[in-house]
Design a protein around this ligand. Structure first.
Ligand code: NAG
Ligand code: NAG
Ligand code: NAG
Ligand code: NAG
Ligand code: NAG
Length: 289
């Protein structure tokens, strides 16, 4: 007869396995301390700000949150292997606008970082997985990727209340919030596979056919329920190159719920004759997502 395996014996065995391997598999966590947030009233940012008593628990500063993406056709650093993700738009950032659409920037001069330094911070926390993801999807034009990441943290994350150092509590380890911000950006980016949403509606990059602004907008609205900002370059606004998804956030930006809302900014694109250009194929590479 087989011995009876009790839950207690399984738990004891797994606890001792954990104790034996305290080194290798465990990374220093990068989460904020939200213990004080648990019993606070639930409220989306920018909807009733009198409800907010703790800026670490809700996005009090910069509560109109924008997840922004680029459609670039080249990087300028192809020779160095800096390539765009095939079948995907690229990450721009996660921006804190004030509820009225105005915004602050560079809110903490002591956290004004440079590119190589932010790469070290990510490596210091053992997050080579995050670094790989960022090098696949968060691509700069004309300068190294990590310059762009450092710029986005220093300009925007320092103005988002839930990434304040004070929100990390007594277990704070320096630069934890930088890594936590980058994790958050990649998480929210993954909510919006712009390339696939458009492609699934028959809107593919083309150097021979243009689209109307309404065709592009409606395809995205059909999946997100809200009108994003679409940005176009060129003097006549006919080259599609940006999308911004707007939100109100319940809880923290790190872990709370993002509700997609209509853009507060009018599109810069022409209403017809919008080019969604194909990329030069040597500017792209196949990445996993
Ligand atoms: C706003 O929040 C306050 C504090 O939680 C609450 O008393 C008030 O009823 C809320 N107002 C609205 C319109 O929801
Ligand atoms: C970047 O890192 C270097 C080397 O650790 C350090 O000397 C320098 O002060 C850092 N610069 C910034 C802006 O953090
Ligand atoms: C969002 O925009 C759409 C299209 O213009 C409009 O029908 C809808 O009422 C707007 N939603 C809100 C909540 O304003
Ligand atoms: C499509 O046009 C864009 C913009 O002129 C150009 O950069 C790109 O190389 C073209 N792509 C292809 C595949 O011809
Ligand atoms: C780019 O397209 C050319 C012509 O179609 C093809 O010969 C080449 O292999 C492609 N390169 C890549 C990296 O896909």
């Amino acid at each position: 007869m087989l011995p009876l395996v009790t839950l207690a014996s399984v738990l004891a065995a797994s606890a001792s396995a954990r104790a034996e391997s305290t080194q290798a598999p465990y990374l220093t966590p990068t989460y904020p301390n939200i213990a004080a947030c648990v019993d606070l009233p639930l409220q989306y940012s920018c909807e009733n700000t009198t409800a907010f008593t703790n800026a670490c628990c809700n996005v009090v500063e910069g509560g109109l949150v924008l997840q922004t993406q680029f459609w670039d056709t080249y990087t300028g650093l192809e020779d160095e292997g800096q390539l765009l993700p095939y079948g995907s738009w690229g990450i721009h950032g996660l921006w804190p606008d004030n509820c009225d659409g105005s915004y602050s920037q560079y809110c903490d001069a002591t956290r004004d970082y440079t590119g190589p330094n932010v790469t070290s911070f990510i490596n210091d926390f053992g997050r080579t997985d995050l670094l790989d993801y960022m090098n696949n999807f968060w691509i700069n034009q004309g300068a190294p990727n990590d310059d762009f990441w450092a710029h986005e943290f220093s300009k925007h994350a320092t103005c988002t209340s839930t990434f304040d150092v004070a929100c990390y509590g007594p277990d704070y380890v320096e630069h934890m919030e930088v890594v936590n911000f980058y994790e958050t950006v990649t998480k929210v980016f993954q909510m919006y596979p712009t390339y696939n949403m458009l492609a699934a509606a028959g809107i593919l990059p083309s150097n021979t056919t243009t689209y109307t602004l309404a065709e592009i907008t409606n395809a995205l609205v059909s999946q997100t329920g809200a009108v994003p900002y679409l940005g176009c370059s060129g003097s006549d606004g006919t080259v599609l190159d940006e999308v911004w998804y707007f939100h109100h956030v319940l809880g923290t930006e790190q872990y709370g719920h993002f509700k997609t809302i209509n853009s507060t900014t009018a599109s810069s694109c022409a209403s017809t004759g919008v080019w969604y250009y194909e990329r030069t194929n040597t500017s792209e590479r196949l990445v996993k997502y």
